[in-house]
Design a protein around this ligand. Sequence first.
Ligand code: NAD
Ligand code: TYD
Length: 354
Amino acid sequence: MILVTGGAGFIGSNFVLDWLTQSDEPVINLDVLTYAGNLENLTDLSGDPRHLFVHGDIGNFDLVAKLLADHKPHAVINFAAESHVDRSIHGPEDFIQTNIVGTFRLLEAVRAYWSNLEGESKGSFRFLHVSTDEVYGSLGKDDPAFRETNRYEPNSPYSASKAASDHLVRAYHHTYGLPVLTTNCSNNYGPYHFPEKLIPLVIHNALAGKPLPIYGDGQQIRDWLYVKDHCSAIRRVLEAGRVGETYNIGGWNEKPNLEVVHTLCTILDELSPRVDGKPYEEQITYVKDRPGHDRRYAIDASKIERELGWRPAETFDTGIRKTVRWYLDNQAWVSNVTSGTYRQWLDKNYEARA
Ligand code: NAD
Ligand code: TYD
């Protein structure tokens, strides 16, 4: 049995779904269901006795302690977080609360549980913390990609809160001996990605005939990884990662945002052409930049390849095509997540950029 936190979000739900196709080992899925948590991501598992969903907060020490005592998982994988940079700029408080205080309380509950384990259960227990490349800050055009030894230089409230959580995880290993693993991954894309992030937002807006907003000059670079590849990397680190180590995970796919948006437009022109026959790229609109916008992220994923033999299975071309197809085939999912409070977010984020 494993305990996954944040398993109703984008990456967490992909992880839980993949885990249960590869293994019969049950999953307890603890998620507080913020705007980003969606049980619809997990409908394929309804009635599956291997999946136990628990509605709750990683910051609730008593709840986590009880779950650990009742189910005795051999690993905890922490995905739960506030994850959107733009939201962290509008309202950092939730990021401090979940990403820092929540991770701290989760670590406390896990430490208490792990301290009382004995023998093999104690030796094989793992706490895997899922983090981001954004903790390393921004790269210049010619800088080498982020390695695990890079200094932490977070620039947004989101990345600062994730950096703080990484430091807590590290400290729990050095101080208390908790057997931790940390992964720092680049930008993910794929099924169940909430359409506040660039790729699903552009697909959604394109099909809805709305503007495709490019922040600033669109030349900011991200290193894109198909979400299923992130999931396989996490499974591999859990299985064979060295305790106390951090592993950078990336797709070797650096792309400027504008190129990503053009690629999406081209695929949509082919798979779901506009009724007026015009190209989707006519909807591209340049808007005011994000404050403190990091210029470039790039991951050097050679450590995980060298030590654990992991490499991504998808190229950007194969992964992005699968992603567009998924969104076209799952319009009901998109309609459900883009109702209600989603619209308020769009007003807040994009009105001031016009
Ligand atoms: P997401 O926002 O889609 O999902 C986060 C999930 O955590 C949601 O289901 C939410 O309900 C849940 N959650 C939030 N606060 C909680 C709390 N206090 N207690 C319990 N559950 C809570 O995020 P994501 O994109 O799936 O990211 C998952 C993790 O991966 C995060 O830690 C993020 O920092 C990290 N990460 C994301 C990316 C990316 O490109 N999306 C890249 C690298 C790392
Ligand atoms: P995002 O998906 O929010 O991920 P992150 O900020 O964690 O990298 O954004 C990816 C890139 O796309 C980032 O450089 C900001 C940019 N972006 C836009 O240009 N327009 C948008 O509407 C959004 C949401 C993002």
